[in-house]
Ligand binder design. Structure first.
Ligand code: SF4
Length: 457
């Protein structure tokens, strides 16, 4: 039997720690959507951070809304009942803003589904001023806002710490919807698609993209970024629930950005400059979260670039956390770091050689060599870590069959080191290698790289 949605929301809240509930009267009301299920969305650090940033403002009330699970979705569609928020069970259409935090391209269609479930027209040009303002942000709009532009009044491109307060301030000061859109278009990081005309060539490519006269919109919308994180709280889990993938984990961002600039890496290009969150604040937040989590998930693309990473790891271990790092950059993996990860109870580590040959690695601007990778593997397995996860890519420019063979050879060499250490330990570890095709991302050196032309091969 399908449960009632109101009941589900009450059950969800009864198992959560850290959610925010405020009276709506006199406040700017924001329904914040994650375009996937509760189980997926509540492990998303970006989503949790936007929720915190809005609710930190006294005159803003922000409530969450998720895509219903498959079973609930059928019941919801059958009943015609509109999409409602978790905290107060209020229909999304009653809010001032319907904001989406979109992290993954595969959730694009869920944005459209959620607009429909809310009882709103999916396309912005079919909605009225009485509908909530639809604002779409998150990592994907940072990469490329266009796929979702037709569905939003406003696209928020950039870092939430800059965008969330700016959106709330513009809503406070604006005199009506037109004035609001003009104010936002004048702010860095806000793109108002209806303020632009697009001209196409006969072959369908874009000939020109121009702001409409009188809108004041800039020709190029620049992403919003914060210059310094010294006074900022790092993004961290603020709502704990067992009903999500990383339910027992305290997630926290330690350092933002990566200076390596690998030619394919969207995150490297888009999160510059590298900014390290203050170690004392990271440890303070971890201490406060300790009653609710026994694992610390360190979310950063270049974790070991934090100048105080060893002090942070030691502090987390002393609090009794086991530490689960994201993929680690090989060039700054040191013996103390590996030793402390093992000491915390971690058994696996993830590294990204990307390819098997030094030549191709130089092409993509990743300077670590096979000799260094094998040397680090020795360090990893000697420390007691048992399992290694490897990320490889295929389809890179100038790749030959020899480069593909080199992936197999490097993996076999790593396995040799693993086996040698497993023998002395009397316990067999595991190597898991994943091989993914290159997907050229906007904003990187490879953004215009075409797919291989079958006519030429
Ligand atoms: S080292 Fe990793 S995070 Fe840094 S630019 Fe290269 S792929 Fe991106």
């Amino acid at each position: 039997m399908t449960r009632q949605p109101e009941r589900d929301a009450r059950d969800i809240l009864s198992r959560e720690i850290g959610f925010s509930r405020k009276p709506h009267g006199g406040r700017l009301r924001i329904a914040l959507a994650f375009p996937n299920t509760y189980y997926v969305g509540m492990s998303n650090l970006g989503f949790q951070t936007v929720y915190r940033l809005f609710n930190e403002q006294e005159d803003v009330v922000c409530e969450r809304v998720f895509l219903p699970g498959r079973q609930e979705l059928q019941a919801q569609l059958a009943s015609g009942r509109p999409l409602r928020t978790i905290e107060s069970n209020t229909p999304v259409r009653n809010f001032d803003v319907f904001a989406f935090s979109v992290s993954f391209e595969w959730d694009y269609t869920n944005v459209v589904s959620m607009l429909r479930l809310a009882g709103m027209a999916p396309r912005a040009d079919a909605r009225t001023r009485h509908d909530p303002l639809v604002v779409i942000g998150g990592a994907v709009t940072f990469v490329n806002p266009e796929p979702l532009a037709a569905f939003a009044e406003v696209i928020a491109a950039g870092e939430a710490e800059a965008l969330a307060p700016a959106l709330a301030a513009a809503m406070r000061d604006a005199d009506g919807r037109d004035d609001l859109l003009r104010r936002l278009a004048a702010e860095r990081g806000f793109y108002v698609p209806s303020f632009y005309d697009v001209h196409y060539r006969p072959d369908g490519t874009i000939a020109a993209y121009e702001p409409k006269p009188g809108t004041g919109a800039p020709t190029v919308v620049q992403k919003a970024a914060i210059k310094s994180v010294e006074r900022l709280d790092p993004p961290a889990t603020t709502i704990f629930t067992p009903d999500t993938e990383f339910g027992s984990r305290f997630l926290i961002e330690v350092v933002r950005g990566c200076a390596n600039l690998c030619r394919f890496c969207w995150a490297g290009y888009n999160y510059l400059p590298v900014r390290a969150f203050p170690a004392d604040r990271i440890l303070e937040l971890a201490r406060l979260a300790r009653p609710h989590a026994n694992r610390a998930g360190l979310v950063s693309i270049a974790l070991c670039d934090h100048p105080e990473i060893e002090r942070i790891l030691r502090g987390l271990i002393d609090m009794g956390y086991s530490i689960s790092p994201a993929s680690l950059r090989l060039d700054d993996l040191t013996e103390p770091i590996v030793r402390m990860l093992h000491e915390s109870g971690e058994r696996s580590i993830t590294i990204a050689p990307e390819t098997g040959s030094d030549r191709l690695r130089r092409v993509i601007n990743k300077t670590v060599t096979n000799a260094e990778i094998l040397e680090r593997a020795e360090l990893i397995f000697a420390s007691g870590l048992e399992n290694l996860k490897l990320y490889y890519m295929i389809g890179l420019p100038t790749e030959t069959d020899d480069d593909i063979d080199a992936i197999r050879e490097l993996t076999a060499a790593l396995r040799g080191i693993l086996l040698a250490h497993s023998r002395t330990r009397g316990h067999l570890g595991r190597i898991v290698a994943s091989v993914n095709p290159l997907i050229p991302k906007p904003g990187t050196t490879y953004q215009w790289l075409p797919m291989e032309d079958p006519v030429l091969t």
